[in-house]
Design a protein. Structure first.
Lengths: 318, 252, 294
């Protein structure tokens, strides 16, 4: 029994790291902030943890904390520098952060191990501790999706001007989510470094970006559940598709493209749509209650309009 | 105390003088109408009042605070709510959640943490009931008719518990009954002491609802006073109908 | 010295051809096609497969890559861009979905090439390249071809975009079918044509670079997208002269870094340029200060 757990524990750990990676991208994205600084932070957190363990023999949790802190500080700097950027430009600038960091560590000499990276990063970090840490992060994210914060985040994403008209401090929300994304990314990198006992510049390059994006696109970019689904799929799918060998990446690419075209809110989005469709057909069989629209056009018309067609006129920012 | 005061407000966009010297005093508990044809500057004026565009000249004073530029968030937090010309509801939230967004206004509830969520929900449902949509609380905006969506917007603005309500053509696209309902809601709110500024180019709505009307054209005020008088002013008719027809309608 | 200058010109020409395609699509249809780099690489890869098997010469190989590039782009257009446009009325959301889908396409093409070549470099059938001498400098005909094509095609595109009806129609098209139809233009065909031209340019650039370097690796494609983005942003979006300037600065910077520092810093140049431009002057050197499409 413990043999099975042992074999799977590596996968579970990998999934937890992937989950954090996905969340580091999702947290800013949910507020409409296209920051991929979580990827660069992954590298920063990984190298920080590795260096303090190798040089100062810091315990695992401390090393992780240092990685998170440094990622957060750089995140604050980035947020200040990039505050006027939006969308694609912000995305590319934040990717450039990771790109430059990769080149810097590859040229970092003895400190960073150069192109080879660092080996022998040995510190005590068990599955239990990792699970607890990730659980705390997930709970925090989940809470931020509900109530007042959740509504503010949705408003900032969909219609920042409206959010401001409701009294939301849009700039502050965008700042906070960018830094939070960086910190979670740093945490993911740090855990991974200790788990694998090594880091290298290639750890956080293009393929990490694709993995991260793939997870939240396929899983769903709006909620932590999507990140979880995405992380689960892309941790276990490689195992399931082992027979395909190197052609697995082809499958991933097709999956991403297909989902982007046909199910932009990912699997969670599809699930949500399905649930709503079931609920709608259930409520259609009940007669509408009082005040369900004293529209003189007749309450019956309300149901006829329950469809996607009217959606085009709603919430489209000018 | 004056709720809102505009002093020689001007908003220029490059060469375009959208608003060119408007002064206005809004007293508490009354409904003011901003009347004018398209392009008269009334929507821009509203945007300036809600902090969305900077002033080129003049000042806007809200119940004691004055500045050349307030951010929209500051304006909102000080108790000014508005609706928009186009429906701006969040498609991913339910109707109730959209209205709850209004109750999220910082400073609205100073209640303890525990009771807050419940108080917010009650306030949101109250606002929805006022516009007659409490039964649609759990629907998505996409499922509602255009007129209903606009009413949700009004509910959201009311839910902010403002002391000044700005409405940008609130009944556009509504049928006669819906307009009457909205008019009733606004009048009831006035009865409760809520000051309102209504931008409209529907003359009927203006005369039915407003205590005082300011008519604009080409960025300036061309008439002000009692609604029935203002709509009969030759200058106002000309603005709407053009010189030829304006004179005709005047009985000339 | 002359040798370095020559290499610089060659590098510039390749970047220019590639970036032009990307810029034209981005500036007109509004789509940032991440698969542009994969098109570049995959055309060269296809060229590799066929030219080595059939022992093709330079001209047929180049033409082949050009056609493959155009074909890939047009297919991608009808497979990805059109369905997304039909499903999303909101232009901003559509642009995002197309971008993400193009990343997927790029990943697919990259994976295929990586698997087939096991990530090893690949090139074309060897050809004997005559050298000629110009003003005491020895230039290979390939280099001459690249420079001539690079500059010639770019100037051609620049003129086309500014003066022809096609070019002018393109400039305002965007993803909004209404605008296009108001201009009396069949948006679908125009968009597909633009994608095709861009793909051809990518394929051309891929072939030329492969001949210049002798071989490329599958990862080169995605790297090119980053470089092109840096060049376009530096020069200013929506401006052909901006692309010409941006790619020139990029080529100079990279060559300088390669010459005066250990070569491992080269990749940082494009990232550094991106950050610098976006921080200091987001609309680039020659771009217009407004139209900031997100």
């Amino acid at each position: 029994m413990s043999g099975v757990l042992g074999a799977n524990s590596v996968l579970v750990q990998a999934m937890l790291v992937n989950l954090l990676l996905a969340l580091s991208l999702q947290i800013p994205l949910r507020s409409g902030v296209f920051s991929f600084a979580g990827l660069g932070s992954y590298g920063l957190g990984a190298y920080t943890a590795a260096i303090v363990v190798l040089r100062f023999d810091h315990p695992a949790l401390l090393a992780l904390a240092e990685g998170v802190l440094l990622s957060g500080l750089v995140g604050v700097l980035l947020a200040r520098l990039l505050r006027r950027l939006n969308g694609l430009y912000l995305g590319m600038a934040s990717i450039a952060y990771g790109g430059i960091l990769a080149v810097v560590v590859a040229n970092g000499g003895a400190l960073t191990g150069g192109a080879e990276g660092l080996y022998g990063v040995v510190a005590d970090l068990g599955l239990t501790e990792i699970t607890v840490i990730v659980l705390l992060v997930v709970v925090a994210v989940a809470l931020s999706e509900r109530g007042r914060t959740g509504r503010a985040v949705a408003a900032v994403r969909e219609d920042p001007e409206l959010a401001a008209a409701m009294g939301v401090d849009v700039a502050r929300v965008r700042f906070v989510v960018l830094v939070a994304g960086c910190m979670v990314g740093g945490l993911a990198g740090g855990i991974n470094a200790i788990m694998l006992t090594n880091v290298a510049p290639t750890d956080f390059g293009f393929h990490l970006a694709v993995l991260g994006l793939t997870m939240i696109i396929v899983g769903g970019a709006r909620t932590w559940l999507g990140a979880l689904v995405g992380a689960a799929i892309f941790t276990w799918l490689p195992i399931a598709l082992q027979a395909l060998g190197d052609w697995r990446t082809v499958v991933y690419g097709c999956l991403v493209a297909a989902v982007a075209v046909w199910a932009p809110h990912g699997l969670i989005g599809l699930a949500g749509q399905a649930v709503r469709a079931v609920r709608r057909s259930a409520s259609r069989r009940k007669p509408p209650g009082p005040g369900a629209g004293r529209a003189p056009t007749g309450a019956a018309e309300v149901d006829l309009l329950a469809g996607e067609g009217v959606g085009a006129s709603v919430g489209r920012p000018m | 105390m004056t709720v809102l005061e505009l002093d020689d407000v001007a908003v220029h966009f490059g060469g375009v003088r959208a608003v060119d010297g408007v002064s206005l005093r809004v007293e508490p508990g009354r409904i003011y109408g901003l009347l004018g044809p398209n392009g008269s500057g009334k929507s821009t004026l509203l945007a300036a009042v809600s902090g969305l565009v900077p002033l080129t000249r003049g000042s806007i004073t809200y119940a004691g605070l004055s500045a050349r530029r307030h951010s929209p968030a500051e304006v909102a937090r000080s108790g000014v709510a508005r609706t928009f010309q186009t429906v701006r509801l969040l498609a991913d939230l339910t109707v109730l959640e959209n209205v709850l967004l209004g109750t999220d206004r910082p400073g609205r509830f100073r209640a303890a943490r525990r009771g807050r969520a419940r108080a917010q929900r009650a306030a949101a449902m109250d606002a929805l009931t006022r516009v007659g949509l409490d039964g649609s609380a759990d629907r998505r905006p996409a499922e509602l008719s255009y007129g209903m969506q606009r009413r949700v917007e009004i509910a959201r603005a009311i839910a902010m518990s403002p002391h000044l309500l700005l409405l940008d053509e609130p009944v556009a696209g509504m049928n006669r009954e819906e307009r009457a309902e909205v008019r009733d809601v606004l009048c009831t709110l006035r009865g409760e002491g809520l000051t309102q500024l209504l931008v409209e180019h529907d003359v009927q709505m203006i005369t039915d609802t407003c205590d005082e009307v300011v008519a604009m054209n080409s960025g300036t005020v061309i008439a002000r006073g009692d609604p029935d008088d203002v709509v009969r002013e030759p200058a106002v008719r000309e603005a709407y109908l053009g010189k030829r027809w304006g004179r005709r309608a005047d009985g000339g | 010295m002359a040798h370095d200058l020559l290499n610089l010109l060659v590098l510039w020409s390749v970047y220019l051809l590639f970036a032009l395609g990307m810029s034209v699509v981005w500036g007109s249809i509004g789509v940032l096609n991440f698969a542009h780099g994969a098109t570049f690489m995959f055309s060269a890869f296809t060229g590799h497969l066929i030219s080595t098997r059939l022992d093709l010469g330079v001209v047929p190989t180049v033409l082949l890559c050009l056609l493959v590039g155009a074909g890939l782009a047009v297919v991608a257009h009808f497979l990805i861009v059109e369905p997304v446009l039909r499903a999303t009325p909101n232009v901003a959301a559509a642009e995002l979905r197309v971008l993400i889908a193009s990343i997927g396409v790029a990943a697919v093409l990259l994976a295929i090439a990586q698997t087939a070549t096991r990530s090893a470099p690949f090139g074309f059938a060897p050809v004997a390249v005559p050298l000629i001498e110009v003003a005491g400098v020895r230039i290979s005909l390939i280099q001459l071809l690249i420079i001539a094509l690079g500059l010639g095609v770019s100037l051609g595109v620049a003129v086309l975009m500014r003066t022809s009806r096609f070019g002018i129609a393109l400039r305002g098209i965007g993803l909004d079918p209404e605008t296009a139809s108001l201009m009396g233009v069949d948006r679908t065909r125009l968009a597909a044509a633009v994608m095709g031209v861009a793909g051809a340019l990518a394929g051309l650039a891929g072939a030329l670079l492969t001949y210049h370097l002798g071989s490329i690796v599958p990862e080169t494609g995605d790297l090119m997208v980053i470089k092109a983005f840096a060049a376009i942003v530096l020069g200013g979006l929506g401006n052909v002269y901006g692309v010409i300037l941006g790619t020139f600065v990029l080529a100079v910077a990279e060559t300088a870094v390669l010459t005066y520092t250990p070569g491992t810093w080269v990749d940082a140049v494009s990232f550094g340029l991106i950050l610098l431009v976006l921080l200091v002057r987001p609309h680039g050197l020659l771009g217009r200060a407004e139209v900031r499409r997100t």
